[in-house]
Design a protein around this ligand. Structure first.
Ligand SMILES: [Zn+2]
Length: 294
């Protein structure tokens, strides 16, 4: 099991780097963002938007075009938040964010007037047009890494920021990963807990009982830990296909997050775009990327 988990993480790393390269190349190829234009979000308070949220019935979900034409909310994706080791490759240094860089990035967001929003707020905005706070942004964290809780979250709390933590349940309680109790605390304190499968296998390859192992059981476990419904999903490695959408819907997921591919044009709620923030980015660089890429 340990070997399996390590190999998953390694593959995750490689593929995430691929996504990161895709992300960087999108700077010179605006095609991936060309479909996303629209009116800016209407200023409001975070509290108002959160309180007004309720899941609309399926009949209330607008057509794909309506959702695709809304201005995108920047969504950042983080993994490990730790200092680089000598053994970390050049590529991994774009993927592992040192605590000082993370602190600088959070400080920039606060100083620039960004407000973190929850997936519920994003969903309500996309579905019903519920106003978002001024300069909305979403912070997302994949893979259950312990330093997200011990290093990242305290930094976020300085500014009242909330995030969404996508948990792969196989790693709960293992060394260097979060415990069940830590996940519960994150949830209790107003962060969102989402699913990132049981053990990080590629969704595009699921068949038969894989859906039970990778979606049903982990979701039940996360619901037991948090006492809340689990409504959001992040694809391992950011890899998705349309065949996964009905499986996610059947299980009550109302939206799913990928990395930096162009969203599906018929069901954009199930492939919402995020960017991985490299550890090499200063606050200023991150700010430039947010402005030009969303
Ligand atoms: Zn992952």
């Amino acid at each position: 099991m340990k070997l399996k988990l390590l190999s998953c993480c390694f593959l995750s790393f490689i593929l995430s780097c691929q996504s990161l390269n895709d992300n960087i190349s999108s700077e010179i190829s605006p095609a991936s963002t060309a479909a996303f234009t629209g009116s800016p979000a209407i200023p409001s308070t975070q509290e108002e938007s959160a309180e007004s949220f309720s899941i609309p019935p399926a009949t209330a979900i607008p057509g794909a075009r309506v959702i695709l034409e809304k201005k995108q909310v920047p969504i950042l994706c983080y993994h490990q938040i730790r200092d680089w080791k000598e053994t970390d490759s050049k590529i991994s240094r774009t993927y592992i964010v040192p605590p000082a860089a993370f602190a600088a990035q959070m400080r920039m967001l606060a100083d620039s007037g960004y407000h973190t929003i929850t997936p519920d707020q994003l969903y309500a905005y996309l579905i019903t047009g519920t106003p978002l706070p001024k300069k909305p942004i979403m912070l997302s964290f994949d893979d259950t890494d312990l330093d997200q809780y011990t290093v990242g979250y305290p930094e976020m709390k300085k500014y009242g920021f909330k995030g969404v933590f996508f948990i792969m349940t196989v790693s709960l309680g293992r060394p260097h990963y979060m415990s069940r109790e830590q996940v519960r605390i994150l949830s209790d304190e107003g962060n969102t807990i989402g699913s990132h499968t049981w053990d990080h296998h590629n969704v595009k390859k699921y068949a038969g009982n894989d859906w039970i192992t990778q979606l049903d059981k982990p979701t039940r476990q996360l619901e037991q830990i948090t006492g809340k419904s689990i409504r959001y999903f992040a694809y391992p490695f950011g890899l998705w296909n349309a065949a996964a959408f009905p499986e996610l819907k059947k299980r009550g997921f109302v939206a799913a997050f990928q990395l930096n591919e162009k969203p599906d044009q018929t069901d954009p709620l199930y492939c919402i775009r995020r960017i991985i923030v490299p550890g090499t980015w200063s606050g200023t660089t991150l700010h430039q990327w947010i402005l030009r890429d969303f």
